[in-house]
Write a protein that binds this ligand. Sequence first.
Ligand SMILES: Nc1ncnc2c1ncn2[C@@H]1O[C@H](COP(=O)(O)OP(=O)(O)O)[C@@H](O)[C@H]1O
Ligand SMILES: O=P(O)(O)OC[C@H]1O[C@](O)(COP(=O)(O)O)[C@@H](O)[C@@H]1O
Length: 319
Amino acid sequence: MKNIAILCSGGDVSGMNPALKHFVEYSIQKGLTPYFVYNGYEGLIDDDMKEASYSDVSGIINRGGTKIGSARSQRFREKKYRDIAKQNLDARGIDMLVAMGGDGSFKALDIFYKESGVRFCGIPATIDNDINGTDYSLGVDTALNIIKVSIDAIRDTASSFRRAFVIETMGRDCGYLALISHLTSGSELCLIPEVDYDLKKYEQEFKKQIKNGRRYFIAIVSEGIKQDSSEISEWFESVIGMESRVSILGHIQRGGNPSTYDRLMAYKLVNKAIDGLLDGNQMSVICYTKSGFEFKTIEEVTSKKKELDPELLSYLERF
Ligand SMILES: Nc1ncnc2c1ncn2[C@@H]1O[C@H](COP(=O)(O)OP(=O)(O)O)[C@@H](O)[C@H]1O
Ligand SMILES: O=P(O)(O)OC[C@H]1O[C@](O)(COP(=O)(O)O)[C@@H](O)[C@@H]1O
């Protein structure tokens, strides 16, 4: 029997637990012995791994986060710790890894493969959806749903009180969550790091709208823009003349009951990753684009910054 392990690295997402469940089931179906590595690369270094069984994954499909933990590991950046990781994997006869994470995690495994020959397949998993070469990363759909529910709730209070709400989404330097939320929540303003802006441009229009009876504004701003959300709020108060509040959605975007779409994609991505490794893939990332599922090289996925879809970007301005 061949041994295969799975781990989560970087920011956790809703969808990792459904993926773990399917990993165990599909590995066993394929005659493999599944292993869990706990707390990302830290678990490889500390030998925190164990054979996984059906009972380990019962009752987790509806849970956000990841049952096996995730981490950002400083130690894995050093060769001496990666050598320890290799010894630990050898001792358990594990030579195939499935890793759920972002481009940083894949870069790490690329280095590890070149040093140790441990084959791997990456599953893109980040709410930021900022991985080059894939239109979708596990967890982004649940995060968007959480943001949608939050904005809808804020809209209720904003409209009752004649206020401008500045709602900050996560995403580091990628505005995907903000842009999609803007388009699907009908907000008046959206600021993202990819597009330079000048608030002056909105001044006349927003004042005119207030004159014509507008009672509230919703502005969605991505955490990576050049200003703090509080400065945008201050602009609403001092320039536009409407009382304003900031709502930073923060880590609630990373949790919650995984959406149906993320559960389904977790299932498919795990299937593809295991099939790829069984077919002899050495190191790849399973990506999803308009052409379907494709294995891509680490170079392709990590060497360039992801560009937002120009069609979506063209819808940014609503007025
Ligand atoms: N260049 C690198 N060399 C070795 N390890 C790395 C490298 N880049 C990232 N890693 C490892 O991958 C982990 C996750 O990377 P990070 O960029 O934080 O998250 P993500 O995978 O979400 O992009 C890091 O904590 C580190 O252990
Ligand atoms: O949980 P932390 O360490 O505060 O990190 C917050 C960051 O992690 C994310 O939620 C997800 O980032 P990754 O998936 O790239 O790890 C970012 O949107 C956010 O900037």
